[in-house]
Design a protein around this ligand. Structure first.
Ligand code: BDP
Length: 720
């Protein structure tokens, strides 16, 4: 019998659970620590836990710690409500009188609502090891606990920790584009995870696991529904469902937002108008807000897409954005809510360069918005393209808090099929210098409020989450969710550091494998830009579904939905002249940015076709003609994917089998699609350049007619 128990123990705890992982646990796997030396270092900090609050958040902390200890060390924990000996993990609110015993002379100023201090020290007996986490709030402690568990999962040294963390950004948010029908606009990982049909009665464990994952990376706000909004979510039965979700998320510090359809007063309120200056409309939104806050006292507020892509808005009534935003803002103001108004607008008639329209519409309104309105601006001026220059609105709205909207779902980046780690792209945008109000005023400093002292700060990611067992479709797409949270918490973290954290928690701590996977991830964004839209090309994908290349596409009802509008290829060259000889969109940037990008000598190659119509034979930096460089870039993108395939094969023995195989298959598809992008784009652009494909670039597999003949009526993500 004893032998049997030992064998069972060996099977359960000692053998590496490499076979059955499907990715559901995300970066919160807590695998067994196999290094004896590390176990010995970690054990004292898990000896017992002083957890002085018996609340829902306290329970969330208790469960998480138990789960982690069971996974990593093989045992549950002892929790104390009275601070007995002061050994192990000691969780203290700043109001706790015993703090000086643990942290003599340590200042606890400036931790704010959500920050924490984590420090390894000796207990009051002067001998026993303890890890103290202090915060002003229970949520701050929860964040500190997740930081502690991250360190253990990464097998970091524990005896010397002294880490004070305060989030740099207030609203750290996921925007779901989920419809009430359970489809997800631009979602490639299955259906929506919100089971509206069984809410509010049934709380899926997935909601809790979703909240845990978000809290572990500091995400504290979620908009549940699509920006192309359905007013039904504001009706009473749906608000009950939203309340159930809000209740499930609250212990994890997550506040719920809803997208608000501007015409809701007509659609569900039986009014004749949604004019924001109409008294009945104002009253309707005020009443609706009161109804929501009665159910959900910490409701975050409304996220609004108005007068954009056919969505209703104040302009339908001859009013402007601030009239609409302020009316809704005053409805939620008494309850502490905010209105997040999106700057992704382009008129249905204006022939002006689409790039310019948000700036043209919003800059004159700076100073006209109420103090609880936030303007949510996409990272770039067009629409989440593989690479975009930073949006000129960043830095141009000193009196209006502007927050960042990144897209995690890979609408333009190979869906959930391609391995693309987005943090390098996020960092490129965050570190761009707006020169507003002065040199060094990066986008990060604008959105974290340091440039203009914004009262509200935020960073949102359009979620890439769905009902797939691993949440995001591609196992590596989890890293983009992870990176969004980590960067919103601290935008000065490096993309490599974030990737390393994610790899070590998600796949393996084996140093050589970590190094290889890190390499794959850090080069993957540049690769996709190369094989889709190198040298500043943009918006040349398939119409509607946005799947695959279609640079020839010119049949859309609107000029600025056509690919030809964006690349403007002709016999002379390629690219959109946005200098003074063209649309002069460049004038929307600060002087030094204009100067740098205006000049073909000084502009970085990566922005060329964004701002210039570049002659095919123009000798660009690096000494080749533009045409040759274009061809070589496409090839380089493909070569990087081939290298990623080899790298992945080399880590096989250290990655669980199921996910290894998934990634292997997906890389195979990515490789084929990269070749397809190159061949379709080059055969098409060659009809203008009339230049040969240079040595070193594989000849296209088919002719242009073949690529043009492909059609994908059922490509995913396109449903409303
Ligand atoms: C575009 C998407 C569209 C969204 C829109 C938006 O194609 O589905 O509704 O952005 O952000 O990227 O509003």
């Amino acid at each position: 019998m004893r032998q049997f128990v030992i064998i069972l123990y060996v099977i359960v705890f000692i053998s590496k659970p490499v076979l059955a992982e499907n990715g559901y646990d995300l970066w919160l796997r807590y695998p067994q620590i196999t290094s004896n030396a590390y176990r010995q270092m970690a054990e004292p900090y898990f000896e017992k836990v002083f957890l002085p609050f018996n609340t829902q958040t306290g329970e969330a902390i208790r469960q998480e710690l138990n789960r982690a200890a069971l996974g990593m060390l093989g045992h549950q924990l002892v929790f104390e409500e009275k601070n007995a000996g002061g050994r192990g993990l000691v969780l203290l609110l700043t109001s706790d009188k015993s703090i000086p015993k643990f942290l003599p002379g340590t200042s606890l100023e400036g931790l704010g609502k959500e920050g924490f201090l984590i420090k390894s020290t000796k207990g009051p007996d002067g001998k026993s090891k303890c890890m103290v986490i202090v915060a002003n709030s229970e949520i701050g402690i929860l964040y500190g606990v997740f930081e502690f568990l991250r360190k253990v999962a990464m097998q970091a040294a524990l005896s010397d920790i002294n880490d004070r963390q305060v989030p740099k950004i207030g609203l750290r948010m996921l925007n779901h584009w989920d419809n009430l029908t359970m489809t997800v606009e631009r979602g490639y990982a299955g259906q929506s995870i919100w089971k509206w049909h069984t809410l509010p009665g049934y709380i899926d464990q997935r909601y809790i696991d979703y909240a845990r994952a978000n809290a572990s990376i500091g995400i504290n706000a979620v908009a549940l529904t699509n920006v192309n909004a359905n007013a039904t979510v504001l009706t009473e039965p749906y608000l009950q469902k939203v309340k159930a979700l809000a209740d499930a998320f609250r212990p994890y510090g997550i506040r719920v937002f809803l997208t608000a359809r501007f015409s809701a007063p007509i659609e569900i309120g039986k009014l004749k108008t949604a004019d924001p200056l109409d008294e009945n409309v104002k009253k309707w939104w005020a009443d609706k807000s009161r109804e929501i806050y009665t159910l959900i006292p910490d409701f975050g507020g409304f996220l609004v897409k108005a007068n954009s892509e056919g969505q209703p808005g104040p302009q339908n009534y001859g009013r402007n954005h601030h009239d609409g935003a302020n009316m809704m803002a005053s409805a939620v103001k008494p309850f502490g809510g905010v209105v997040i108004w999106r700057a992704f607008v382009y008129s249905s008639e204006t022939p002006e360069d689409r790039f310019k329209q948000p700036y043209t519409e919003f800059v004159p309104l700076d100073g006209k918005f109420s103090d609880n309105v936030i303007l949510q601006v996409k990272n770039g001026p067009i629409d989440f393209q593989p690479r975009e220059p930073f949006h000129p609105l960043f830095g141009a709205m000193p009196k209006t808090p502007t927050m960042m909207e990144f897209q995690l779902t890979q609408e333009y980046l190979g869906f959930a099929t391609h391995l693309v780690y987005l943090a390098p792209m996020f960092k490129e945008v965050l570190e761009a210098d707006t020169y507003r109000p002065q040199k060094g005023s990066t986008v990060a400093k604008v959105i974290d409020g340091s440039s203009y002292g914004y009262r509200h700060t935020g960073m949102a990611g359009v979620a890439n989450i769905g009902s797939d067992i691993n949440w995001t479709g591609h196992p590596f797409a989890q890293a983009n969710w992870y990176a969004l949270g980590r960067l919103a918490w601290n935008h000065s973290l490096g993309s490599e550091q974030i990737a390393r954290e994610w790899i070590e928690q998600t796949f393996t701590t084996d140093p050589a494998s970590v190094h290889t996977i890190l390499n794959m991830m850090t080069g993957s964004h540049e690769a996709v830009v190369n094989y889709m839209t190198p040298l500043g090309l943009h918006h040349i994908m398939g119409y509607g579904h946005h799947y695959g290349p279609a640079p020839w596409y010119n049949k859309a009802a609107r000029e600025d939905w056509n690919c030809t509008y964006f690349h403007k290829a002709d016999e002379k060259g390629i690219g959109f002249d946005r200098t003074a000889t063209g649309t002069n969109a460049l004038a929307q940037y600060a002087g030094p940015v204009q100067q740098q990008w205006n000049n073909l000598q000084t502009i970085d190659n990566k922005w060329l076709a964004w701002f210039h119509h570049v002659p095919w034979n123009y000798q660009i930096k690096g000494g080749t003609s533009f045409w040759d460089k274009l061809c070589l870039s496409y090839q380089q993108g493909i070569d990087t994917v081939s290298a990623m395939q080899r790298q992945w094969t080399s880590v096989k023995k250290n990655v669980n089998e199921q996910q290894f195989r998934q990634v292997e298959m997906l890389l195979g598809i990515q490789q084929k699609e990269a070749v397809w992008w190159k061949d379709a784009c080059l055969t098409y652009f060659q009809t203008f350049s009339k230049m040969p494909i240079p040595a070193g670039v594989q000849q296209p597999q088919h002719d242009l007619d073949y690529y043009k003949s492909l059609s994908f009526p059922y490509a995913p993500g396109n449903s409303h």
